[in-house]
Design a protein around this ligand. Structure first.
Ligand SMILES: N[C@@H](CCC(=O)N[C@@H](CS)C(=O)NCC(=O)O)C(=O)O
Length: 210
């Protein structure tokens, strides 16, 4: 398998977490987002979404990180990323998709560039925007974790939820989001970052890390 991603992209990071947790070997072919390589040929012919990650796997170019992760989990059922119980699976998806959809969408690179270049916002204003949208989803996720009385992980072992959460917390820290009211998420983050799978997936350990 070959992963086309970018070291600091949260969707690439989440896919690396999933691959590492499942113990699936992969090569990397970095796509430089700062040079807009995702918008040029030959990448767009292979991936019409013009975004990372893309996974070349089993004869297909696969886009959309959540669809890729769910496919990996169905195609390679060892080390499942979702719990066995159907209600627990719902919980994992409820939280993971809140982060992957509501939180990620307004914080994507083209949105931030538009705020800066087209609308002329300062970096401080953009950081305030970023933290506003982080809070809109991180606050309810933390509340749900509190209701569930979570410990080191959402369930017994890290899976889909943790693969999505850890990259979003990495971004939150980059934008100086205050996590002091999010002890449940911070505990899960600490437990995950202590694991070799998350260490290998970390942005700073990627071949294209700047
Ligand atoms: N829904 C997509 C979103 C992918 C996405 O937004 N990727 C970002 C990096 S985190 C990207 O490629 N941004 C560059 C661009 O859109 O031009 C997924 O989950 O794979």
């Amino acid at each position: 398998m070959k992963l086309f991603g970018y070291w600091r992209s949260s969707t690439s990071y989440r896919l690396r977490c999933a691959l590492e947790l499942k113990g699936i070997a992969y090569e990397q072919d970095p796509v430089n987002l700062l040079e807009a390589a995702q918008r040029g040929e030959p990448f767009t012919s292979r991936n019409p979404f013009a975004s990372v990650p893309m996974l070349e796997a089993n004869g297909r170019d696969r886009a959309q990180s959540m669809a890729i992760i769910e496919w990996l989990d169905e195609r390679y059922p060892d080390a499942p990323l979702l719990p066995a119980d159907v209600e627990d699976r719902f919980t994992a998806r409820e939280l993971a998709y809140a982060l992957a959809t509501e939180l990620h969408a307004p914080l994507n690179l083209p949105v931030l560039k538009y705020l800066k270049n087209e609308l002329g916002h300062s970096q401080d204003e953009i950081n305030t925007w970023y933290r506003h949208w982080l809070a809109k989803t991180l606050v309810p996720v933390e509340k749900r974790l509190e209701q569930l009385d979570t410990g080191d992980f959402l369930f017994d072992t890290p899976g889909l939820f943790e693969a999505v959460l850890i990259p979003q917390l990495y971004n939150a820290r980059r934008f100086e989001y205050d996590l002091s009211d999010s002890p449940r998420m911070v505990r899960i983050e600490e437990a995950c970052l202590a694991l070799p799978a998350f260490e290998r997936a970390h942005p700073s350990n990627q071949p294209d890390a700047a």
